[in-house]
Design a protein. Structure first.
Lengths: 154, 705
């Protein structure tokens, strides 16, 4: 079936089965590879995107459920030339190793900062409850989010 | 008369002597560098850029790194064992120094002066007598078309401008933008998606099934069956997934049921190859005041890469092209050629990044899957990604291990004798083994290709016996390796190999003996350490942590220390951790001192140590691959929890830089020391000794009652 979804501020038409997980539509139909497959059951956060302001695991949501809603992916928040403050902070703090988890984590962090621009450290950790990192870059990631919340990297 | 054997060259130059295989100086003002080692999230490419830029005296931004590919890269074997700096880094250092010398000789001729009168600034050669010329003007065909001699001396440490600095990772900007940088993201024209359906249990064979109903599902291009290898190809990824689930339901299998009890002590019943790897006894055995013994273990552990393994392959006009995140594209090519019964030169493999692997995960196997499937749909690139359940269920695990220790104290509180016996499977079944191939799919074919004999890297680095020989100085010691070569579940290289369990046992037992001797754990270690670099990291970690002699926990909080020199020839690491023990064990803080010899990228080293500490806290507190008689039952993150953001410790890392000494890898130094430190901290807190990893709530309760 044909569906229209609103991604990063533009309306996109896709032809896919209604039950197709949003993740595969983003990656394979819209060529937005920043959301990544990690578990398929919504527990690792590698595929995190923001839907109507909330962090959502796109592997676990049928595309038909997000029709008419506003979807933001990592590609929609910044570019190399104009990075989002979170992206700038992640580079400044060198907050990645393999980087596979990092776009999902940035999206969880963005949903948090959009709702609570000055979160406590505990709130930052809580916002990442659905994100896993296997390389063990956690302390740098927490610091990068703190830096972004506190006014950004120099 | 035979020619004299060529001089041994440094690092991987020894086996890849063509200078232009390593680098090119380009007329457009750039330098192309082609390492055979690959990025696996450890930041190696950035360190290699630093090394080349330093030796050539060019800005790092001029360096263009080309990912490893069988068509153009030097064969550097496998990216593993924390050896990339020693092998690729050293090779590139000498290759770049030699390229610089060649350029300077050309410049000297052109400027009519001697080489001594020249200096270089960002690729511009300047003569003290006036005049200048750039590398980019000097270069040309065949500039580096010769065999490396390694006779051009690299820079002295005192002259370094870039080495040792925290150069930012070259790969991170693209990653934080969500750019398509992984093999998972590769999209080729006409590409189709495939999924493999593995047997429901180990050792099971496919007998049949109603595959026709799957073939008629929407989008399905083909069901591929060869013996017990079963896969489905579809136009869209979600169609391939849906079809693979149906395929799994209709497939019929028999056999299985042969797995042992899910407890590492099954190793004690296995047939083993036994070897005394260290035996030392000076003088008559002294009178012994106390003798202790203890047994430690660790279970199967999963690499558990965050991104399940993925590969793309195409079979066209009799040739195979493969994109893979394998750690060793050349050994993979050799095994694939054997598995398919074809010549190596019809296979081209290019490396692309994957998620962090921490050793031998499913990367090579999924590449084989992609090739087997691509063979069935010629002319169409096939992308195969393992599902999360495939990765947990079929990756080669870190081997379970059991370690038995025995030690005796003399009357002066020193260790008089020490025995370390370990039981383990081999720690390497990577491609490139002997007597067969190490590719999962190839073993399931109708004409199966035999599995290579499981390997276990030899000493001095060692596999199961890595770090089994203590670095401490004991007058009498005996270390025995019991290798159970045949494994019911495949095991292979996982970050630090046997060092995690061996150092855990050694460091736990050191504390048990220190307690018996009435000694402080830090002082007790120093009492038995002659190596100055070892003493320095132990002292540094203790001072960072503000360690107080014989400090005691309070029944809930406690601290412990662990130390090792990785492989007894790599980096030195000492770690103090603080735990708090309530319903579960939690590591609150870690203080770490590390000596990697010469530091190439200071932040890269710190990042590797921090990551190593967090991952080891996770292994040691939480991780165990569970299985029943048929199959692995840990199939996703719910069955196999890892450390979360809520649970990570605060970490402080101190580098002891030794710019005059050779650089050593940093990726695997923390695993053993951290595991030992956690066990010791729990004892310090609670006066209970946990000897079986992981230290879960159940284990804690069992130890307390």
């Amino acid at each position: 079936m044909s569906l229209v979804i609103n991604v990063n501020g533009s309306k996109r038409e896709v032809v896919a089965d209604a039950e197709t997980p949003l993740l595969y539509v983003l990656r394979n139909d819209l060529d937005l590879k920043g959301a990544r497959y990690g578990c398929g059951i919504g527990v690792c956060g590698a595929c995190m995107v923001i839907v109507d302001g909330k962090a959502v695991q796109s592997c676990d949501v049928p595309v038909s459920a997000v029709a008419g809603k506003s979807i933001t992916t990592i590609e929609g928040i910044g570019t190399s030339e104009r990075p989002h403050p979170l992206q700038r902070a992640f580079i400044a703090e060198q907050a990645a190793q393999c980087g596979y988890c990092v776009s999902g984590i940035i999206m969880s962090a963005k949903a948090l900062l959009d709702a609570r621009p000055q979160p406590s450290d505990a709130e930052i950790r809580e916002a990442l409850a659905q994100n896993l990192c296997r390389c063990g870059t956690h302390t740098r990631i927490l610091k990068a989010i703190r830096v972004a919340a506190d006014g950004g990297a120099k | 008369m035979s020619a004299a054997a060529p001089r041994k060259l440094p690092g991987s130059l020894e086996t890849n002597r063509a200078l232009d295989r390593w680098l090119s100086i380009n007329a457009d003002g750039t330098v192309t560098v082609r390492p055979g080692k690959v990025e696996i999230g450890q930041g190696i490419l950035t360190a290699l850029v630093q090394i080349v830029a330093e030796e050539l005296d060019v800005a790092p931004s001029r360096i263009r790194l080309v990912g490893a590919a069988t068509t153009l890269s030097p064969d550097e074997g496998i990216t593993s064992g924390s050896r990339s700096i020693q092998e690729s880094g050293i090779a590139l250092r000498f290759a770049a120094a030699e390229a610089r010398e060649i350029l300077l000789q050309r410049a000297a001729v052109k400027l009519g002066v001697s080489v001594e009168q020249l200096t270089v600034s960002d690729g511009t050669v300047v003569s003290r007598a006036g005049g200048s010329v750039s590398y980019w003007d000097l270069t040309g065909e065949n500039l580096l078309g010769r065999e490396a001699t390694a006779e051009a001396p690299p820079k002295m440490a005192a002259d370094y401008v870039l080495i040792g600095r925290a150069l930012q990772r070259i790969d991170l900007p693209a990653k934080v933008m969500g750019a398509p940088v992984y093999v998972h993201d590769l999209a080729l024209p006409g590409m189709v998606h495939a999924r493999v359906v593995r047997p429901p249990g180990a050792g099971m064979q496919l007998t049949g099934g109603e595959f026709a109903e799957v073939e008629s599902m929407p989008g399905v291009v083909a069901v591929v069956r060869d013996g017990s290898f079963l896969a489905v190809v579809a136009a869209r990824e979600e169609e391939a997934i849906r079809a693979s689930r149906r395929l799994a339901r209709v497939a019929q299998w028999h056999g299985g049921g042969a797995l042992p009890a899910s407890d590492p002590r099954y190793l004690l019943e296995c047939e083993t190859e036994d070897e005394v790897i260290s035996e030392k006894g000076e003088g008559a055995a002294p009178p012994q005041s106390q003798t202790l013994s203890a047994e430690y273990s660790r279970p199967h552990i999963a690499h558990a890469s965050l991104g399940p393994s993925c590969a793309v392959a195409e079979f066209k006009d009799g040739r195979y092209t493969i994109w893979t995140h394998s750690q060793g594209i050349f050994p993979l090519r050799r095994d694939l050629a054997t598995a398919l019964g074809i010549a190596e030169d019809v296979i081209e493999i290019a490396h692309m990044e994957g998620a962090g692997c921490y050793g031998h995960n499913g990367a090579d196997d999924v590449a084989c899957d992609a090739v087997l499937i691509a063979r069935a749909v010629p002319g169409r690139p096939v992308r195969v990604q393992w599902m999360r359940e495939d990765e947990f269920g079929w990756e080669p695990y870190g081997s379970p291990m059991v370690v038995r220790m025995q030690g005796a104290l003399d009357g002066q509180g020193r260790i008089a004798s020490w025995t370390h016996e370990l039981w383990s499977h081999g720690h390497s079944t990577r491609p490139g083994g002997k007597g067969g191939v190490n590719l999962l799919g190839a073993w399931h074919l109708a004409k199966p290709v035999a599995a290579a004999r499981p390997g276990n890297p030899p000493l001095p680095g060692g596999g199961s016996h890595r770090n089994a020989i203590p670095l401490y100085d004991f007058p009498r010691q005996r270390v025995v390796n019991h290798l159970a070569r045949s494994a019911p579940l495949r095991t292979s290289a996982m970050r630090s190999l046997g060092a995690h369990a061996n150092v855990f046992a050694i460091e736990s037992f050191m504390d048990e003996l220190a307690l018996a001797a009435g000694a402080d754990p830090v002082e007790f270690r120093l009492r038995h350490l002659k190596d100055e670099r070892a003493r320095a990291v132990v002292e540094k970690a203790a001072s960072l942590a503000g360690w107080r002699a014989k400090e005691q926990g309070d029944g809930e909080r406690g601290r412990g220390i662990g130390f090792a020199r990785y492989k007894n020839l790599g980096c030195y690491v000492a770690v103090v951790v603080e735990v708090s023990v309530a319903e579960t064990v939690r590591v609150n803080r870690a203080w770490c001192a590390v000596d990697v010899g010469q530091v190439i990228n200071s932040d890269g080293v710190v990042n590797q140590l921090e990551g190593g500490i967090v991952q080891t806290v996770s292994w040691t507190l939480k991780e165990r691959v569970a299985y029943d008689r048929n199959t692995v039952t840990s199939r996703n993150w719910i069955d196999y929890p890892i450390l979360t953001f809520e649970e990570v410790p605060a970490i402080e890392v101190a580098l002891i830089d030794r710019p005059e000494l050779p650089p050593l890898g940093a990726g695997e130094g923390a695993q053993g020391p951290v595991a030992g430190a956690i066990g010791n901290a729990i004892y310090n807190a609670m006066k209970v000794r946990l000897r079986d990893m992981p230290f879960t709530r159940e284990r804690l309760i069992a130890a307390l009652v």
